[in-house]
Write a protein that binds this ligand. Structure first.
Ligand code: SF4
Ligand code: SF4
Length: 367
């Protein structure tokens, strides 16, 4: 990614990004501004060899505020493939299981990605709507140790879609969206997954793809066109879809003080701040308490692409739970599977009295 001379000149005197970065806050040796400077001085012997290249969460808190429009997460990502080529690899979480799953899905894998749907609701093989379920069937197996049934989120979304008369296509052929491959510098793997997914969706006849996971949505929206050109179908995030249509449904009251954790992909990267809040406000009596850092100022859940989970991640997660508590919430609602996992994991090691709950579970419980 090339910066203009004007951007570079401004950048060397600035530092807004470093002041905004949650990693720099916890790890003062990491500075996005310094990383830019370092790439101008020595890429080969410094940046490509450095652990710092993997530290950025791609949370976009810095780029959202950059006065000269430098997309730092994309800037640093663009060096990651070269870092892998010289043997500088990220530290993979959960023994690399999700990286393995993603790699396997690039081939001719036979998957059962629809088994969960049989008891949950009605699905179709062909039709106007394709429900892109994402990695929930795989997450479901790995995160049982946290007492999380990650597939419940997909089940709840299916219940909500059926309630609106939508019986979406759910496919065994759907692959990982490639989000993690993209942000980990595995560009060939990303392109393979993107092409396979687009083929599968086109073959289903769907005109609109509905995403549960903000990462899948932002990846299709922002990065698929770079490798597949025009998608040939519409994409919509489930919060947007439901916020438009669920208003007529009858919700029962909860009276519960809740807060909402904006996922980086849904919020800063795709600009959807109000849709999840509109959904929460459909539940009568809900008191929506905002955390001090909300909407464009929200702080990331602490890790991305299942890599580099560190004490820094844990500190960020615990601070986020504390923020929810300080806001007066009893429940922190998430709309991203990974945020749910990361915040639940952090909570399991603290006595902070805030329940972490999936937004769609909250809606279905009160429907
Ligand atoms: S905010 Fe933008 S201009 Fe300022 S130091 Fe960071 S990247 Fe450079
Ligand atoms: S994207 Fe997030 S983690 Fe990365 S440098 Fe910017 S603020 Fe820091």
């Amino acid at each position: 990614m090339q910066l203009t001379k004007q951007q570079i000149d401004y950048c060397m005197e600035c530092g807004v990004c470093t002041g905004s970065c949650p990693i720099s806050h916890e790890l003062p040796t990491f500075s996005p501004r310094q990383m830019i400077k370092r790439t101008l001085v020595d890429v080969e012997k410094d940046v490509l060899q450095s652990r710092d290249i993997w530290a950025c969460l791609s949370c976009s808190r810095c780029s959202d505020r950059c006065p000269v429009g430098i997309d730092f997460p994309e800037f640093i990502r663009s060096y990651r493939q070269k870092a892998i080529e010289v043997g500088n690899l990220p530290s993979e979480s959960h023994q690399g299981v999700f990286q393995t799953v993603s790699n396997i899905q690039a081939g001719g894998l036979q998957q059962d990605k629809t088994g969960w749907a049989k008891d949950a609701g009605k699905i179709s093989e062909k039709g106007d709507y394709f429900f892109f379920v994402g990695c929930a069937p795989y997450h479901n197996i790995v995160f049982q140790y946290l007492d999380l049934n990650m597939i419940d989120s997909a089940k709840d979304v299916l219940v909500l879609l059926n309630k609106l008369g939508v019986e979406p296509v759910v496919s065994n052929e759907e692959r990982c969206c490639g989000h993690d491959a993209f942000w980990s510098g595995k560009e060939e793997l990303f392109a393979t997954l993107a092409k396979k997914n687009v083929e599968v969706i086109k073959a289903s006849g769907a005109k609109t793809v509905i995403f549960l996971c903000p990462e899948g949505y932002s990846t299709f929206k922002e990065h698929y066109p770079q490798v597949v050109g025009e998608l040939g179908f519409d994409i919509v995030h489930i919060t947007e879809f439901l916020a438009d249509k669920l208003g007529d449904q009858q919700f029962t009251g909860s009276g519960e003080p809740v807060t909402f954790h904006d996922p980086c992909r849904l919020g800063r990267r795709c600009g959807m701040y109000e849709q999840p809040r509109d959904l929460i406000n459909l539940v009568p009596g809900t008191e929506l308490k905002e955390m001090a850092n909300n909407r464009e100022n929200a702080v990331c859940c602490g890790t991305t692409a299942w890599m580099e989970c560190s004490s820094c991640s844990k500190t960020m997660q615990i601070q986020r739970l504390q923020e929810a508590k300080e806001a007066g919430a009893k429940t922190l609602l998430t709309a991203c599977p990974k945020c749910q996992v990361h915040l639940t994991c952090a909570k399991s090691n603290t006595d902070i009295d805030v329940e972490v709950k999936d937004l769609y579970a909250y809606l279905v419980e009160n429907l």
